[in-house]
Design a protein around this ligand. Sequence first.
Ligand SMILES: [Zn+2]
Length: 312
Amino acid sequence: MVVVTVTAKFHNPSRSRRKEWQRATRLYRDTKQFCIDGWENGDFGKSVTTASIDNDLYSAIQNQAIREAKADHTKDGEVRYRESQPFAVNNQNWELDTTENGTVVIGFPCVSQWWYTPIEVYDDIADPVDRLVEGDADKTRLQVYRRGDDWFCTFNIEYDTETSGETPIGVDIGERHILAVTAHGEDESMLVSGGEAKYVRRRYRSLRDSLSQAGALRARNRVGDKEHRRIKDLNHNLSRRLIQFITYKAERAGIRVEKVDAYHTSQRCSACGSMGTRDGDHFLCSECNRGRHADLNASENIAQREGEPCTA
Ligand SMILES: [Zn+2]
């Protein structure tokens, strides 16, 4: 089970909406404090229901307030809620959906009605949001809160991942190209060079899609050329961060990451296993005469190799 926390900013909520959320924030806090004080003073029992709560909040929100107050009441010490706490609704009483033009909206009850409000979907949350839209994940309670002039919501999504994929992907991390990636047996490969940070970001989605098909990602650090020590150090740092990033993302997607021995990954022909020669970017096999981009040849070797589990 993978749990991802999503925090999103509401996109330009109207003034009336913001006013109502502000009101809900206050009523939510008051409801919780009302419960706590009532229990402390013996005014009513723990089985208090929304029938005892005399305010305009939707009952789903009142219920969530009672639930949270109960949990807080079991803790030691006096419970006194601050004004700026989020208000919340349980998982069954809010929705994430897309409009006809693809805008992602979040719908939840509040005081007078359900509101559906667009959220801003950054790269970081695109994947969990997709999963929720596709119905491939479960969500937890929704919290809504204000920071400065902006309104945000936060929730967790939970999903199971399969780790039974079959396609190993080889990732070679070098100084000439930051990444060379090969999906073994699928005739799919890609090169990422240093000047292409933006490209990495854009291509990340398709890379991730390839990775999702895969059972293993094998990454390694390759020792660089002495003549390019400075560039190497720079890229090595970038590479290390990329490995961490890929490992993190891959493991969140349930993909096993392995580190393989770098021995001869550059000199060996990925087609026939013989030793070949490298001339700049070009690899030439002296046995089967196969020519290939040297970094891709290396990543193909990596994809074929067994390694050790890696947590970067
Ligand atoms: Zn060969």
